[in-house]
Design a binder for this molecule. Structure first.
Ligand code: SF4
Length: 237
C-alpha cells in the first residue's frame, strides 16, 4: 500500500488507487456493512462503501484536512463531506469565502467545483463512531503524504478540522517536506496557527461536526474568520 501510494503519478492516479485500498480490516468491514445495511432514508441508493479520495484542484493553495468520511455521507456518495450535515456547513462556508462555486454538496455529480482548494482526510474510510484507531491513522498516512506531495508546489496553508487532523499533520512535515516537526507539538485550538519556513502554515479549526455546529461551539462567523485567514496566508485574491 505504501508503495502504491508513492507510485501515484498524479492526483487522478492517487484517487483511483486509494479507492481500491483494503489495508484496514476493521474499516473495510465497517464501510461495507454500512453500505449493505444503509440508513432508511437512503435505502434506495447504492452506497459507495469504499475509501473516499480527496476533492479539489491540483494547484490548490489551501488544503483542508478532515478526520475521516461519514458512514452515510462520503461513504454513501463517494465524495468527501458530501451528503451530510458536516458538509452542508463546510461547503456553505467555502462558498461564502469564494472557494466553492456552490454552497451545497449533495452528490458526486452535482456540479460542485472548488477554487484554490483541496480537501482530504487523515483516514480515508468511514470508521465506527467516527473514531479511527491510531494504528488505522498510521496505516492510512501514506495516502495523505502522497496527496500533499503532489500539491506541494502550490500548497501554502492547511486548515486542520479538529484535533485528530491537527495531530495527523505533523508526520507530513518529515515525510513530505523533510523537516523535523516542532517539539513540543503546538496544541490544537480553534484559531491556533503554526508557521514553518518551508512547509505550509497550519490553522486549527473546530471540526464541522453536528456536535460542534448544533451546539454553537462552531458558528458560521468563526468559519468565515478561519477561511479569510487561510486566504490571506495563501495569497488567494
Ligand atoms: S483507512 Fe486508509 S489505509 Fe485503511 S483501508 Fe481505508 S484507505 Fe486503506
Amino acid at each position: 500500500m505504501v508503495a502504491r501510494a508513492a507510485r501515484a503519478a498524479d492526483l487522478a492516479d492517487l484517487d483511483g488507487a486509494v479507492s481500491d485500498c483494503f489495508a484496514c480490516p476493521r474499516l473495510v468491514g465497517w464501510r461495507e456493512e454500512v453500505a449493505r445495511t444503509k440508513r432508511a432514508a437512503f435505502r434506495d441508493q447504492e452506497y459507495w462503501g469504499r475509501p473516499v479520495p480527496g476533492l479539489g484542484t491540483p494547484d490548490a493553495r489551501i488544503g483542508i484536512l478532515g478526520l475521516a468520511p461519514a458512514a452515510h455521507g462520503g461513504n454513501r456518495t463517494g465524495r468527501i463531506f458530501t451528503g451530510d450535515r458536516s458538509g452542508d456547513v463546510l461547503f456553505a462556508a467555502l462558498h461564502r469565502a469564494g472557494l466553492a462555486n456552490q454552497p451545497t454538496s449533495v452528490a458526486a455529480d452535482d456540479g460542485l467545483a472548488l477554487r484554490d482548494t483541496r480537501i482530504f482526510a487523515a483516514v480515508r474510510c468511514a470508521p465506527p463512531d467516527n473514531k479511527p484507531t491510531p494504528a488505522e491513522r498510521d496505516t492510512c498516512a501514506p495516502w495523505l503524504h502522497r496527496e500533499v506531495a503532489l500539491i506541494r508546489p502550490t500548497l501554502r496553508v492547511v486548515v486542520a478540522l479538529g484535533a485528530f487532523a491537527w495531530a495527523a499533520w505533523w508526520p507530513v512535515l518529515r515525510e513530505v517536506y523533510g523537516v523535523r516537526p516542532p517539539s513540543p507539538r503546538p496544541a490544537f485550538g480553534h484559531g491556533a496557527h503554526w508557521s514553518g519556513t518551508t512547509a505550509p502554515a497550519l490553522l486549527g479549526c473546530y471540526h464541522v461536526s453536528q456536535q460542534n455546529t448544533f451546539t454553537g461551539r462552531l458558528t458560521p462567523g468563526m468559519l468565515d474568520d478561519v477561511f479569510a485567514r487561510a486566504r490571506q496566508l495563501a495569497g488567494v485574491d
